[in-house]
Design a binder for this molecule. Structure first.
Ligand code: SF4
Length: 252
């Protein structure tokens, strides 16, 4: 007969669960929009209803995979979704053999903003980079392929860009200037953006990102923030094929 299972003491304090790691989208699209939504997803690990996943996610994966393979020379044809960015992507493809371009990179940092690996025990912040170019002259370039609309997302993309830039500076201490580029695969090339930051500018923004991320990853309460905006695309709301499991969900 095996040893009896030990039962927790009746007066044992409840285990307080927190969200252990963050990414740009977890922070800005989930936690800061509605802490309860973040709790559902990253503490309770409630699955997103299948119907809310939609084609956009699949299309995004196809675009990133197609771009990676094309830049690396693993395929010679460009998938139709990338046809409009051919002039941009061809420059990376041509330069790839020089060895200073990394594509579809998974970068991870711990709470002290030191590099770690994607699945390490102390992994705190994760980001995926589409293209990173180290010019080996103190400058670098980060490029992100964006699908869908640009309009209305300018502020979010600008914020995301600073986080990419900070991460590049932390990973490569020899870099003093980084250009952050967004290329919109569904738009004409005039929509593309490029902004260059110095190390000094980006490092001034690090404390703010650190505070925001700590607020998320140290939170022990997760209040609902229902509104027509936050609940519109929440998978637990009654909208857009959500499963209506959140009692605070506002119908849109
Ligand atoms: S339905 Fe609304 S209130 Fe409920 S978790 Fe989603 S965003 Fe928050």
């Amino acid at each position: 007969m095996g040893a009896p299972e030990s039962k927790p003491a009746a007066d044992a304090p409840p285990v307080i669960k927190t969200i252990s790691s963050w990414s740009f989208s977890r922070l800005t699209e989930d936690y800061e929009v509605c802490p309860l939504k973040a709790k559902f997803l990253y503490v309770d690990k409630k699955p997103r209803p299948e119907a809310t996943k939609g084609d956009a996610l699949l299309r995004g994966s196809r675009i990133h995979e197609g771009a990676e393979q094309y830049v690396m020379g693993q395929r010679d044809d460009l998938i139709p979704e990338l046809a409009k960015v051919k002039p941009v992507i061809d420059t990376y493809r041509a330069a790839y053999p020089l060895g200073n371009i990394e594509v579809e990179q998974d970068w991870a940092f711990n709470r002290d903003w030191q590099q770690t690996s994607w699945f390490d025990k102390d992994t705190w912040f994760r980001l995926k980079l589409d293209v990173f170019v180290n010019n080996h002259d103190g400058t670098a370039e980060v490029l992100d392929w964006k699908s869908g609309k640009k309009f209305g997302k300018e502020v979010a993309h600008s914020q995301q860009g600073t986080l990419y830039g900070i991460s590049a500076m932390l990973r490569y201490p020899e870099i003093n200037q980084v250009s952050i580029k967004f290329s919109y695969v569904d738009q004409p090339r005039t929509a593309d953006t490029s902004k260059t930051f110095s190390r000094e500018t980006l490092m001034r923004l690090l404390p703010s990102w650190n505070s925001r991320a700590k607020a998320m990853t140290e939170a022990t309460t997760f209040p609902a923030k229902p509104s027509k905006i936050s609940c519109r695309y929440c998978p637990f709301s009654p909208n857009n094929n959500g499963d209506s499991s959140c009692p605070y969900g506002v119908p849109v």
